[in-house]
Design a protein around this ligand. Sequence first.
Ligand SMILES: [Zn+2]
Length: 320
Amino acid sequence: MRPTLYRHPHGITAVDAEYLYRGHAAAHVIEDSGRAAFVDVGTNASAPYLLAALEELGIDRTSVDYLFLTHVHLDHAGGAGALMRELPNARALLHPRGAPHMIDPARLIAGAKAVYGEEPFRRMYGELLPIAAGRVQVVGDGERVQLGARSLELIHTPGHAQHHYVVVDRAHASIFTGDTFGISYRALDTGKGAFIVPSTVPTQFDPAQHLASIDRMLAYQPESMYLMHFSRVTGVPRLAALLKEQITELARIARAHADDPEPANGIRADMLALWLKLARREGSRLADAEIGQALAGDLTLNTQGLISWLERERTKGTKS
Ligand SMILES: [Zn+2]
């Protein structure tokens, strides 16, 4: 079991979670003064790689104090129950709305099966193990946590999901963003830097909240953002502008197709056209097919998420 590691400054290491394919999902290890934490952990299949990464970094399993689970989507937290069994001193830190689902994952399993289907779910995520309630710590907005000599601030960032928080490392101008600062595969980097797209997956995407959460993170003036997909990006103001432009535009695209007989077709086609246009504008020299392939999974899930958002908007409209 050989983990793929990417060493970053300030005791931060990305570990490839080996989810779907290499370079897709990164769990992060933060080390400080002999103590350690994970930010997001991937799926059950990731756990052996994360344990191997600890060994390679010379970190004893008893030195891991926290699992910061930014939200309970399964590519981030699906392996938490299994990993917790190997880390005797760790506590799992969760948003108040996320915590109950890690203690009893029944609804999480049902929700993911509805998105992916029964068989793909089993193949991708296996059996989700619960975390004992006594090892789950619920985090309030603005709460501070001490890791070794490092003070970390946890802030609630709804928009991608209602129950999302991020980990701010103010002393090192870094934020561990889960999915709140979008998705940025290294294969799409250009001469200008990273290319980035928002993740509007089911079932809680909310454009207004998402935009507000990005502004809230920007107020810390971070230099590095550590994304689950895929690890460190810099040049944060440029990327934030690119993300915000797309969140607004994707919401507009979704609304424009709301009354189509098959809204998915139009939304999907317009989203891909937008991404190709922006990738070109940001200097990408890849062929359209290569860009489309790199973002194919996100295109599908984002389309589903935008449709679920339209449905929620409609229900809200009939209620008021
Ligand atoms: Zn997510």
